[in-house]
Ligand binder design. Structure first.
Ligand code: DC
Length: 209
């Protein structure tokens, strides 16, 4: 069973994907980490973030496991990731590894922006997770504070709006719900309630399959 979870930054899709993977005993790939790791490799090499050729080389050189999440989850890495993620060459370079992950014998859970539309258009279950921009900014600010980062709510809110715009308006695999995706608005849901609803959506799809 392939489960595709898409949605904007801090919508709750990562937590939902991780918890579904545990529940249905499937491997999980957070595809945002690939874009974050690509940006981190560029920054680490002292290259310009807008140098597409260097970004494509960095994307091609990634392994799927060598991620230092402490660095990659930082606020500026999310910003930088959304810049390299708009480059068609970078997306192309990362596509095969994501599809190979999804093709594991028992299936997989993948979360990102274009899983249901581009990476796994034939996924068994597609969930598009949303939440209001202010709810997402509050969650992201809390998450960053828990990681020990100094947070300025207004700056986090501005980041969310900027990333929404960049991820949705780019021409290469923009953020949008697949036509056959089930929408899940988590604005007023606790984590437990959102995970329970997502699991129910998966169970319904499983019965229908
Ligand atoms: O989900 P995240 O915040 O870790 O993602 C970081 C950036 O990577 C996000 O702004 C857009 C990009 N991304 C993407 O374009 N496609 C994906 N499948 C996953 C992430």
């Amino acid at each position: 069973m392939i489960i595709a979870i898409d949605g904007p930054a801090a919508s709750g899709k990562g937590t939902i994907a991780r918890r579904l993977a545990e529940r249905f005993r499937l491997p999980h790939l957070d595809t945002g980490l690939l874009y974050r790791a690509t940006a981190a490799a560029l920054i680490g090499a002292g290259r310009d973030l807008h140098d597409e050729r260097a970004a494509v080389a960095a994307a091609r050189g990634l392994g799927l496991t060598d991620f230092d999440e402490t660095v990659l989850r930082r606020r500026e890495m999310g910003e930088a990731a959304s810049v390299v993620a708009a480059m068609p060459g970078v997306r192309e370079a990362l596509l095969e590894a994501q599809r190979a992950f999804a093709a594991r014998p028992d299936g997989a859970v993948l979360d990102g922006r274009d899983i249901g539309t581009v990476v796994c258009p034939g996924a068994d279950v597609k969930i598009f997770v949303t939440a209001s921009a202010s709810a997402r900014a509050q969650r992201r600010a809390l998450e960053l504070a828990q990681r020990g980062e100094r947070v300025d709510y207004a700056a986090v809110f501005a980041d969310i709006l900027r990333r929404d715009a960049r991820d949705s308006e780019r021409s290469a695999a923009p953020l949008r719900a697949a036509e056959d995706a089930v929408r899940l608005d988590t604005t007023r849901l606790s984590v437990e309630a959102a995970v329970a609803e997502a699991a129910r959506i998966v169970e319904v799809a499983r019965v229908r399959a």
